[in-house]
Design a protein around this ligand. Structure first.
Ligand SMILES: [Zn+2]
Ligand SMILES: [Zn+2]
Length: 258
């Protein structure tokens, strides 16, 4: 069995057209989809909540049809101004895997082109402050996803990141380790947007504080991206003598990388 891809979207997310069943038809792995929940999303101009009753029903059907390989997940796009609505949506719903992300500030998405017209200081202050609020909030999650989301469209070296944002990143890592959350290696961030070196910077901080939980996520929005770059991310972790990854099914298990 291949490494469990722990960042995946289907048409239960507002920005994916993929039929969830296609992930099951095409391989024999356990599958968890991490569907977008974004309150006050400036991309769509509304609250984007996955239709939980339909999703829950679909996962049950897939489990019957595909030998209990289906797990429920969610990507919580945290927006501090609407924490109450986020908690209300999550209340009473069960997931094998919850990702914690910051995607927007209510005015624009941090991958919108506008980000490239603003000062880097301004963008990173806003973005990382929001991430700290997410980690200090009452929302519980298993994994800190794509810590570099606002940096995907920017050209920033690790040295620049350190000078702009060290105080935030030290706090973010401290909170992540303290909450026993995994740090996600995001294939799109690392290899589509070229941020592998920024991940090195962050992974070293995380390991330095005793963090040992890593997940691999393709961030696929379509089947062709599923499991993308997992070989490269495996090599990346082995360089740091990390030889297993965290897997969230109904509990947390560690799976050897070799
Ligand atoms: Zn995301
Ligand atoms: Zn995602």
């Amino acid at each position: 069995m291949k490494i469990y891809d722990q960042h995946l979207h289907s048409n239960f997310s507002f920005d994916s057209e993929e039929n969830i069943e296609n992930y099951f038809i095409s391989n024999e792995n356990n599958i968890v989809t991490t569907e977008h929940m974004d309150v006050a999303n400036p991309v769509t101009g509304k609250n984007d909540f996955p239709d939980y009753p339909s999703y829950d029903k679909k996962i049950r059907e897939l489990n019957e049809k595909y030998n209990n390989r289906a797990y429920k997940g969610i990507e919580i796009g945290f927006f501090p101004e609407k924490e109450e609505e986020t908690l209300k949506y999550l209340d009473g719903k069960t997931y094998a895997l919850k990702l914690l992300s910051v995607h927007h500030n209510g005015k624009f998405d941090f991958m919108d082109d506008i980000v490239t017209t603003l000062s880097i200081d301004q963008v990173l202050d806003d973005y990382f402050n929001r991430m700290i609020q997410a980690l200090e909030s009452d929302v519980s999650a298993n994994v800190l996803a794509h810590f570099d989301y606002a940096l995907r469209k920017l050209d920033v070296t690790p040295e620049q990141l350190d000078s702009y944002a060290k105080k935030y990143l030290d706090k973010i890592i401290h909170l992540t380790v303290g909450k026993e959350m995994s740090l996600e290696l995001n294939a799109k961030s690392m290899y589509l947007y070229g941020n592998e070196k920024l991940y090195s910077y962050m992974v070293e901080k995380y390991i330095g504080l005793g963090g040992r939980l890593f997940t691999l996520g393709s961030d696929a929005h379509s089947l062709d991206q599923y499991g993308n770059k997992f070989d490269k991310m495996r090599e990346f972790l082995l360089k740091y003598k990390i030889s297993e990854v965290a897997e969230y099914t109904n509990d947390l298990k560690m799976r050897p990388l070799r």
